[in-house]
Design a protein around this ligand. Sequence first.
Ligand code: MSP
Length: 499
Amino acid sequence: MKSIYITTPIYYINDKPHIGHAYTTIAGDILARYHRMIGNSVTYVTGTDENSQKNLEAAQKAGVADMMTYLDSMSALWQDTWKKLDISHDDFIRTTQDRHHTAVAKFWGLVKEKGDIYKGNYEGWYCVGCEAFYLESDLVEGNCPTHKKPAQKIVEENYFFRLTAYRDALLAHIEAHPDFVQPVSRRNEIINYIKDNMIDVSISRVNASVGIPVPDDADHKIYVWFDALINYLSVVGFGSDEKKFNENWPAHLHLVGKDILKFHCALWPAMLLSAGLELPAHVFAHGHFTIDGEKMSKSLGNVVNPVEVMEKYGNDALRFHVMREIRFGEDGDFSLTRLEQRYVSELSNELGNLMYRVLSMSEKYCDGKIPAAGSIVIPLDTGAYMAAFEKFELHQALDVVWNTVRACNKLIDDYKPWELAKTDSFKVREVMYALLDALARVAHTLSPFCPVTAEKILVQLGLSLEEVAATPFEERIAANKLPEGTALMKGDVLFPRLS
Ligand code: MSP
C-alpha cells in the first residue's frame, strides 16, 4: 500500500467556480478514486486561496465591508460546489486558517535561517489579476499580457527570495527526474524559463491591506504566491501535526493548469529546497478549455457553471465527457452540444442500452440469474489501464474501458443471442455469462470516472457493494469471477433520454 497525496490548486474566490476549475478538481478526484480502488492510502485535498488582492477587490465590488464575511461566504460556495459535484476530497484548506498561518511562519523561518531572504528595492510592475510581478518588457503598451489591464507600478523596499540560487539545483532535479514535470511539452517550457528568464522574486508587499504579516516585520505582508504554495504543506500538518505530515509528504502529485506552471515547477521546488524539504514526485499541468472555440470570459457571457451542467446531465456525464473529449494535458474545447451528442451516442446507446439488453436477455435465457462461466472471455486490458493511470493519461485509461464496452456490443452483434437461443440454449448462456462478467469489470474500471453509474451496474448485476469494496482490486478485475446463480436486479436505464 502506497501513501498517495494529491492536490489541486487552491482557487481564488473572487468569483464562483467555473468549468475550468471543475475540470482540475474532477481530474484530481478521478486519480484519488483510482488510487483508493487499487488499495492505496489517499489524501486528496483542495481549498481556497484567500489572502489575495483580487478577493479584496471582489468584496469591495460586491459591497461587503467585512472581508472575512465575504471570504466565509465565498469559500462556503466553493465547498458546496465540490459537494454537489461529488468530489471526494479528504480535507479543504483555507489560507485564512490558523493551521496555515502557523505553517507559513515556520516555513518563512526556515528559509530565512538558510539565508535565502534578503531586503532589496523593488521597482517594477504588478498585475492584481495574475497576482504576479512583471518586467516592463513583459507589458504590452503598459498592460498585463494576460489580463490586458494596466499593471501597477511599484517602487518599494521588499523582501526577496533568492530564487536564482537554485537555478542549477532545479535544472539538475528536472534532468534527474524526467517525470517531475509533466507532460513533456511543459518540461521543456520550464527548463527554458529557469535557464533564461528566472530572477529573484519579491515576496513581500509594504502596507498591503490583505496578506499574512511577515514574522517580525508587520509592516510587510507576504506575497500571496509565497503564502499560497505553502498550503500544500499546511493541509497535511506541517508545523501542527508532524506525524500526519511525515505520512503524506512529499506529495505524489500537484495537479495544476498550465497557467501556473512556473509557480509550481520553479518557485515552489526552490522554496522547498531552501527549507530543506523533499520535492513532490510529480507536477502535472493540464491544458485549458475554450468554450465553443472562444476564451471563457464574463464579457462574452460564455462562462459555464459546472453545477448547471451537473443538474441537467448528471455528474457522471460531465466527468465522462471532459475526460473523453480532451487528451489529458492538452488544450481543448468544451461544448454542451458535443456533451449532448456524446451522452446519446456513447453513454446512452453504447453503455446504457448494452446493460439494458444484456439484463433483458439474461431474464429470458438465464432465468434472470448469472449462468455458469464458459470459455468466452471479453478482454479488458487492465495492464494498459493501470499503466495509463500511472502516466496520468486519464483519457487513455478510459479508452481501455470503452474498448471493452464496444467489444461487448460486438459480441452481441456476432452471436445474435436471440437467434442462438433457438438452436443452442447452452451456448447462449455462455455468451450471456461473458457479457455479464465483462460488464462487472467495466463497472470496476469505470468507477473512478463515473462512480454513480458504476455502482448502478454492480447493483443490477446482483453484487453487494460492501463485498465489492472488501475485495482486492486484482480479484475484482479478474475474469470469470461472477458467482453463478446470483439473481440479477434489472433496474432503471442508466442514462435516461434527455428532455
Ligand atoms: N490561487 C491560484 C493557485 C494557487 S495554488 C498554490 C490560482 N487560482 S485560480 O482560481 O486562478 O485557478 C487557476 C486554476 O484553475 C488553473 O491552474 C486551472 O487548474 C483551473 N482553470 C482555470 N481556468 C481554466 C480553463 N479555462 N481551463 C482549464 N482549467 C482552468 O491560480
